[in-house]
Design a protein around this ligand. Structure first.
Ligand code: XMP
Ligand code: MG
Length: 183
């Protein structure tokens, strides 16, 4: 879906389709170099990462396996707390596997930090993280994110997998919502 189909719900487009796809192609090239000769399992975090997973994986010119986790973070309102529950676990045994977590956005990093330690406890060969978007607060957390698409300002964004009340995930762009949408 394109921005004109949401009737002025977007206040500002932060990233166009071209910018998103160009960046994912760059990230895919770096991933190909870094994992050359190694098997690779991409782990997407539902539901926000669906678009990043689909497009990043198709920019790769090599075999990869894909698996998914769904986690829910208990938080007050829109803030995540770092207290996490697995809603859907991996189907794959990741012992001795190279795992790359594919994320849409890292905000506080609390969810991701929990996820990375959970995956590391399963005896993988490696666990790294790739995210399309990162907010400023994420820099304060301990998780080292190897592949970052864009650092964005601290505003709530939708599109390209990211939702507000489950809408806007199918937008091709990433943008901020106009105030009238919230009220
Ligand atoms: P933390 O704070 O643990 O949370 O890094 C990351 C998760 O919070 C959600 N999130 C957003 N979702 N627009 C969204 O649609 C945003 O601007 C936004 N910021 C954080 C998202 O689920 C992410 O995985
Ligand atoms: Mg997410």
């Amino acid at each position: 879906m394109d921005p004109e189909h949401v009737d002025g719900d977007l206040e500002k487009i932060l990233l166009t389709e071209e910018e998103i796809q160009g960046k994912l192609a760059e990230l895919a090239a770096a991933i190909e170099r870094d994992y050359e000769g190694q098997d690779l399992l991409l782990v997407g975090v539902l539901k926000g990462a669906i678009m990043v997973m689909a497009d990043l994986s198709r920019h790769l010119s090599r075999h990869v396996e894909q698996d998914w986790m769904a986690i829910s973070s208990y938080g007050s309102g829109t803030r995540s707390s770092g207290v996490v529950r697995i809603v859907k676990d991996l189907d794959t045994d990741i012992t001795d596997r190279h795992v790359l977590v594919v994320e849409d956005i890292i905000d506080t990093g609390l969810t991701l930090s929990w996820l990375v330690s959970n995956l590391r406890s399963r005896g993988p060969a490696s666990v790294e993280v790739c995210t399309l978007l990162r907010k400023p607060e994420a820099a304060k957390t301990a998780v080292d994110v190897k592949y970052v698409g864009y650092d964005i300002p601290n505003a709530f964004v939708v599109g390209y997998g990211l939702d507000y009340a489950e809408r806007y995930r199918n937008l091709r762009v990433v943008g901020t919502l106009a105030p009238h949408v919230y009220s």
